[in-house]
Design a protein. Sequence first.
Length: 415
Amino acid sequence: MKRVVIAGGGVAGISCALALQADGHSVTVLEPGPVGEGASRASCGCIAVGEIVPLSQPGMLMKVPGWLLDPEAPLSLRPASAPGLLPWFARFAANSLPSRMRAIAADLARLTFAATADVKAQLADAGAPELLVERPVIKLFDDERDKATMGAAFGLARELGCTIDEISGREAQEMEPAIAGDFKYAAVLRDWSFVTDPKRLVERLMQVFAQRGGTVLPLACEGFQRDGARVTAVRAADGRLLPADEVVIAAGTRSRGLARQLGIPLQLEGLIGYSTGLQDAGVDLKHTVFYPAGGFGITPYEKELAVAGTVEFAGLSAAPDWHRADVLVSRAHRVLPGLQAEKRARRMGRRPFTPDTRPVIGRTGKLANVSFATGHGQLGLTLAATTGRLVADAIAGRPQDAGLSVFGPDRFGGA
């Protein structure tokens, strides 16, 4: 049995904690924020199997001036943050080359295609299988030109094994009568599913972990004590040192600063996503519905509709721009004409993105006992259970697919 300390108790961190606990280790999780209020709370709650085409696209750099001028664009770059983001953004844009996009998509498919089975196993173990709704996602398009914007992404996803059915707008409305009747085209993504409440999911996983003897401390990780190439203890925010045989960095956007203390230069930025929960929304929705032209999706949670989306490049310390959340709700009426939006709760999440869109999973070769579970971008909820399994396998020394090395923390170079 090893003493494992995990920095971060979001959905990735608690998934690692449960997997390591199942291997018989003594696990402590450091999580300073309210449980379940991380980036996954401000999401569409999807298990996005097939969301494998990287966010960087051909011609990305040509779009930057428009992003600077239009703060309401689905992808935007905040002018004040632009200078500090330029080195990361240059690497991000470099990954828009078709050959790199294809390689990244193939790598992400290796993870996402395992996601549904991993999430189902995790929730069954936690006694909460009802939190997962295995129902496809619908994407809506205004016209042929709008539909064409997704053509390359759909083609690559299909090539790698995703099931996507293209239907008419009328057929989409037959599936979901609440949506507007004038969409010309739609697509049904058969591999996807969604959870009924991301916050309740994380709370349930944390509850099970604690019931099984795990320790949760409401403190941030502040640093480490080292002996050569090993971390011997983790320093919590209250100054105490927690002895550690293994350390897992799963602190979302805070992971970059922690990694820097260990001499590992993660290329990680926090892209802000927004969500608004609508209570008493006045419409009946059974599927998650995406409107790519508006940059958002709508998911029917247990007690509300969640309108979530947009990506804002704004730096790790930037304050939220709540106007972007309000814009999403205004645009949601295009999809659901009968939507009632008076009772609402706005949320934001800092999604940890790497410039190559690949998450950071696995052990570093620079230290003998440090692993990473971060950098999932928009796939944190999707890949959390899979990440937990992979981290536990790595720490146990179980055989792993050699192709998973592309997700390792050492790919970003020296300190």
